[in-house]
Design a protein around this ligand. Structure first.
Ligand code: SAM
Ligand code: SF4
Length: 400
């Protein structure tokens, strides 16, 4: 949930949905935001804080989990008896919480909702925020997928990114996760950090491919306004990531991932068979999800809302018996269609040709940016050259 929150209309104190809007028409997911980090990485503008930034009182973690438990009950009272398909603990660093607190949150979810038999429960984790012991506890609590923020295995790149972990910790924690019983293990990588050569990037990719993982996300570094990295780039202390070099890095990674048995299923995501993240797919299909926690966004039946951003404000609302929602918007049909286009175009499944203007699709096909076989079957699916310019193609498809 990076960046500024949009402006919307107020949400009633009891959090109720507008007339005629209800859950249950689409599959249902929960996102649980844990807004705590040991240190803020210089590039990150997610809604996260160090305990020192929150006043230095560690008891805020327990108060925060108490508030989450209250919001879970609030969600149940609003959406009713839903079956939960996926749960995703994101952050921040969810694994900074003691595993017993993660277990307390999952117990509260199970008290209020039914979990599907094949429920996927993921947590994000920083490599230095887990141990063999805590991984076993997380698995015992019901977490069945873990996503490690590795970013790079090159020390000077990790230093530029302000990461706290040492690359040598990565294989240790991935194997420990495997030993703890995790069969779904993902790693996040970032390419394009100032000073990173293509050889270093290739080494990062290769070293991860030797690990027992079934999913990889590789993101191009975004220089966010208002971050330490943003200021360093503005002052000229660090160079802006080079777009051509980034395209080469994407190609190198895509080739290596593919050769190792990972297939792309979204522009920035690759998985081995059975390893795709079901929770991501819930977002991309515009299904329903309730985002619990400070600054978390929710989407139910075309209504989107977002919670107060500061943990203390979030906790206070729930302590007072109110919804922590700050504002909401009701999507118009046009906005819903654009969202479907924006999300669908990036996926391997693609979109029906009928939702993309014919001229723009034909031009993209002629330029080699759309898969010919899929096009003939009436679908718009990007080729690799198309994936490299997905944002420009989206503009062309939606302008037309
Ligand atoms: C917000 S983090 C949360 C998980 C965990 N704290 C971590 O850092 O891995 C989720 C992912 O977003 C990525 N991310 C955050 N800011 C980014 C940026 N400016 N550009 C690219 N990726 C970013 C992180 O590197 C991480 O892999
Ligand atoms: S550890 Fe993750 S969430 Fe925390 S500041 Fe770094 S990238 Fe952001």
């Amino acid at each position: 949930m990076p960046g500024e929150l949009p402006v919307g209309e107020p949400v009633p104190r009891d959090g109720s949905l507008p007339e005629g809007v209800s859950a249950g028409k689409m599959p249902f997911a929960l996102y649980i935001h844990i807004p705590f980090c040991a240190r803020r990485c210089g590039y990150c503008d997610f809604n996260t804080y160090t305990i020192a930034e929150l006043g230095g009182d560690e008891s805020i973690e327990k108060q925060y989990v108490d508030a989450l438990v209250k919001e879970i009950a609030l969600a149940r009272s609003i959406v009713g008896d839903q079956q939960v398909k996926t749960i995703f603990f994101g952050g921040g660093t969810p694994t900074l919480l003691p595993s017993s607190e993660i277990a307390r949150i999952l117990d509260a979810v199970q008290l209020q909702f039914r979990l599907s038999d094949d429920v996927e429960i993921t947590t994000e984790a920083n490599p230095d925020s887990v141990s063999a012991g805590s991984l076993g506890e997380l698995r015992a609590a019901g977490i069945n997928r873990i996503s490690f923020g590795v970013q790079s295995t090159t020390p000077h790149v990790l230093q530029t990114l302000d990461r706290t972990h040492n690359p040598a910790q990565v294989p240790i924690v991935v194997h420990a996760a495997r030993d703890a019983g995790f069969t779904h293990i993902s790693v996040d990588l970032i390419y394009g950090t100032p000073g990173e050569t293509i050889v270093e990037w290739e080494e990062s990719v290769r070293s991860l491919l030797s690990l027992p993982i079934d999913h990889i996300s590789a993101y191009s570094l975004i220089v966010e306004e208002g971050t330490k990295l943003g200021a360093q780039v503005r002052r000229g202390v660090l160079a802006m990531p080079d777009e051509d070099l980034n395209a080469d890095k994407y190609i190198v990674a895509d080739d290596l991932f593919t050769a190792a048995g990972f297939a792309w299923y979204e522009v920035s995501n690759w998985a081995k068979p059975g390893g795709a993240c079901k929770h991501n797919e819930m977002y991309w299909k515009n299904n329903d999800w309730w985002g619990l926690g400070a600054g978390a966004h929710s989407h139910i039946d075309g209504v989107r809302w977002w919670n107060k951003k500061l943990p203390a404000a979030y906790i206070k609302e729930l302590q007072d018996g109110s919804s922590p929602a700050l504002a909401r918007e009701i999507l118009t049909d046009e906005e819903r269609s654009f969202e479907e286009l924006m999300l669908g175009i990036r996926t391997r499944e693609g979109l029906p040709l009928s939702v993309v203007a014919h001229g723009a699709a034909a031009a993209a096909l002629a330029d080699g940016n759309l898969d010919v076989d899929q096009y003939e079957m009436g679908r718009v699916v990007l080729t690799r050259s198309g994936r490299l310019i997905a944002d420009a193609l989206l503009r062309a498809f939606s302008d037309a």
